[in-house]
Design a protein around this ligand. Structure first.
Ligand code: COA
Length: 144
């Protein structure tokens, strides 16, 4: 249950269930070719049995790399914030303490969720190795 969206549910996606996720990430301009690689966990988010978005965490020890997408017609209703909160809980359950995200054009959204800009030299090596080429701003949040 998450504030503002008490009926939000999230279902873990097995590798064979990830085609919708792949398309949603691709349409949003997010990395999508690596989703079956080891250490990636993904969920489909639903509200009242209707898919509303996807989220994922790439685990590197204490650190996680977040991906989140709300379906375009459902944006600006607080779903992204609710999905981020849910994923932060999953991140802790997976044993991570810090969550990183490549913010793209969404720095204001992630700032609102409590993420702060990460200095390039403070980004863990394993997270840095997973960042898409041309990444400019990475933000991070202590979640555990
Ligand atoms: C980033 C993203 C997940 C946000 O999803 P969302 O469902 O629109 O998120 P929210 O509704 O919680 O918040 C978005 C904005 O709407 C505002 N908002 C929240 N509830 C609102 C409401 N009821 N009415 C109007 N605005 C609202 C928020 O304050 C926020 O404003 P901000 O961006 O200026 O901080 C979505 O834009 C997306 O999928 N983008 C493409 C993928 C991407 O860039 N992902 C991030 C990098 S991995």
């Amino acid at each position: 249950m998450t504030a503002g969206h008490p009926k939000l549910l999230w279902l873990p996606l097995a590798p064979f269930e990830r085609e919708g996720l792949r398309r949603a990430l691709e349409r949003a301009g997010l990395p999508h070719d690596d989703i079956d690689a080891p250490g990636r966990w993904f969920w489909r988010f639903e509200e009242n049995d209707v898919p509303v978005g996807f989220g994922g965490i790439e685990v590197h020890g204490d650190d996680g790399l977040l991906r989140i997408v709300t379906l375009p017609v459902l944006r600006h209703r607080g779903l992204g914030g609710a999905i981020a909160t849910a994923l932060e809980g999953e991140t802790v359950a997976l044993g991570c303490r810090t969550l990183y995200v490549v913010v793209g054009g969404e720095a204001a959204f992630f700032a609102e969720q409590g993420y702060v800009p990460s200095r390039p030299d403070a980004i863990p090596v394993a997270i840095a190795a997973s960042l898409p080429a041309g990444t400019d701003l990475v933000m991070a949040k202590q979640v555990g």
